[in-house]
Ligand binder design. Structure first.
Ligand code: ATP
Length: 237
């Protein structure tokens, strides 16, 4: 089933307005991991923000489970988790515990498995501002995972993460997918996630260059496209 569909979506931003995304058609099926690739400034974050209704408008249509979203993205917010490229944009609690409970009833038990897999269990009474960059990103990831999202947006989630944290996150994404959730992930570090990817999307200068199985688009992941090539034949097979 198609969870999210974009049809002919274009976005202009700035003053005077400049077209950032042009005529994007794409589908996010349920129970899949989608990797979004593109050079710096090609429009990946704007695409995320548009899908989340945060760009102040777009042309074209976005449908969630077949229903057009129009100007109201709240049905999407109810089922989505998001990790922005800069986690400081989404950390508002005085302590980690408070932050993780934002948007949830105060007596909601925190998922200990998520906390321990992200190494946050012993930090719950600390202030987010006291954490390292990698810890703050792990907190943002934990917050996005807490609500068991049906759709998870991750913008450069691997930046600053150590190797065990990356592996834990990958396992978590795989589990989410097996439970029927969908993950959309923008990353310049595609090496670790590649074996889990069901669908590849490549954006170039605000246009969709490729959407399909990863194997069919692997040839686009080259320095010519401004992308770091995939590391080995083993990853591609
Ligand atoms: N609010 C805004 N107003 C005007 N232009 C914007 C705005 N936000 C983003 N842009 C422009 O849109 C383009 C795409 O930006 P975006 O952040 O989506 O790139 P990206 O693909 O996520 O890049 P990176 O890989 O560096 O994270 C850039 O040229 C950026 O300057």
């Amino acid at each position: 089933m198609a969870l999210l569909v974009l049809e002919g979506v274009s976005v202009s931003l700035g003053e005077p307005p400049r077209e950032i995304l042009r005529d994007i058609d794409l589908t996010i099926p349920s129970g899949t991991i989608t990797l979004l690739l593109g050079t710096n400034g090609c429009g990946k974050s704007v695409l995320f923000r548009t899908m989340l209704g945060l760009t102040g408008g777009y042309r074209g249509e976005i449908r969630l489970k077949g229903t057009p979203l129009g100007r109201d993205a709240s049905p999407l917010h109810r089922l989505a988790g998001v990790v922005f490229q800069n986690p400081d944009q989404q950390l508002f609690g005085a302590t980690l515990r408070e932050d993780l409970l934002i948007g949830l009833p105060r007596d909601t038990p925190l998922d200990q498995e998520i906390l321990s897999s992200l190494g946050l269990s012993d930090l719950l009474e600390r202030a987010p501002a006291e954490l390292s960059g990698g810890q703050r990103r792990r907190l943002a990831i934990a917050g996005a995972l807490m609500g068991q999202p049906e759709l998870l947006f991750l913008d450069e989630p691997f930046i600053e993460l150590d190797y065990p944290s990356i592996q834990n996150l990958l396992e978590r994404l795989d589990t989410l997918r097996q439970g029927g959730s969908s993950v959309i992930l923008a990353s310049h570090e595609c090496q670790d996630i590649w074996p889990l990817v069901d669908q590849l999307i490549v954006i170039a200068e605000g246009r969709l260059l490729y959407q399909g199985p990863p194997s069919g688009g692997a040839h686009l992941i080259t320095p010519d496209q401004g992308l770091r090539p995939l590391p080995s034949e083993g990853v591609l097979s």
